[in-house]
Design a protein around this ligand. Structure first.
Ligand code: P6P
Length: 282
């Protein structure tokens, strides 16, 4: 694992240089989910794949930016699914973006995820590592990632990050969110999954939701390289993650680009989500 973490550190330093160069124009291509790829997405993906290909312990990788599984080393122990630069279109308006990595053993599915890493490219570059039931944050300083703090969520928080658009929310989802705002929660949503979830972790808790919606009944966020890594991180930080009904880490994967409705948060907020969704059925 250490060599994988080092590789992610090195890739992040290279990705930062690409972000600073600032070519945020669109490429001619679309990724497998139909998103138009920015040159930033492709450049970040190339950096990560190149570095991972030098690590014998990595058996195969899955990237948001590539259609299929990429085999690397037959005798490798780890499988890595990653989103090289999530929310990359936010670079255009100078908002924070991030990379997300799910580290799996044997198979790309929820029950086989063993660790997660995300990197936030914001005013500072911070890497968060979830493994062995702990969540640790490191910050890039003078070319080195230095340990800053362990991250733990409170039982209940005060932030509410509300994904998608109100017109697409199911009625019961709208009711849930309105009741939370009436209880004094603060809306904190940038449209970047990594900074939005990072903020809730660092500010002690709350709820991030991206439900099944009228336009995306199975949600928008991808299981292997967005949802499962953050679900593991939130659980290791003392919180929880659900699809509205069960642990998100019990969701079945049938295709490497599958999505799922997802809610991440402190235990109290996730309990509240499940109560509302149970009452309304779907
Ligand atoms: P919406 C960015 O495109 C992304 O994949 C995540 O980073 C983010 O949480 C979500 O989409 C935002 O989606 O529909 O709320 O704009």
């Amino acid at each position: 694992m250490e060599e994988i973490l080092k590789a992610i550190e090195n890739a992040s330093i290279e990705i930062k240089k690409v972000i600073d160069k600032g070519d945020t124009s669109k490429s001619e291509n679309e990724n497998s989910t139909g998103d138009t790829q920015l040159k930033l997405d492709i450049a970040s993906d190339i950096i990560i794949e190149k570095i991972f290909s030098t690590i014998p312990s990595i058996k195969a990788i899955v990237s948001e930016e590539q259609e299929s599984i990429v085999p690397l080393h037959d005798n490798g122990e780890y499988l890595i699914a990653y989103d090289p630069l999530d929310g990359s279109s936010l670079v255009d308006v100078n908002l924070s973006v991030g990379s997300i990595y799910g580290i799996y053993k044997n198979e790309f599915n929820a029950k086989n995820i063993i660790a997660a890493v995300y990197v936030v490219f914001g005013p500072r570059i911070e890497m968060v590592v979830a493994q062995n039931n702990s969540v640790k944050m490191y910050r890039l300083h003078d070319g080195e990632f230095k340990f800053i703090t362990d991250i733990n969520l409170n039982e209940k928080g005060i932030l509410n990050a509300t994904g998608s658009t109100q017109m697409c929310w199911p009625t019961h989802h709208r009711k849930l969110l309105k009741e939370m705002f009436d209880d004094g929660y603060y809306l904190r949503y940038s449209g970047g999954m990594v900074p939005d979830l990072h903020q809730i972790l660092l500010k002690g808790g709350g709820l991030f939701s991206y439900p099944g919606t009228a336009d995306k009944p199975k949600g928008k966020l991808r299981q292997l390289f967005e949802v499962f890594p953050f679900a593991l991180t939130y659980e290791f930080a003392g919180g929880a993650a659900t699809d509205g009904f069960k642990r998100v880490l019990e969701v079945e994967t049938t295709h490497i680009h599958d999505t799922t409705p997802c809610f991440f948060g402190s235990k109290d907020e996730i309990k509240r989500v499940k109560e509302v969704y149970k009452e309304y059925g779907k």
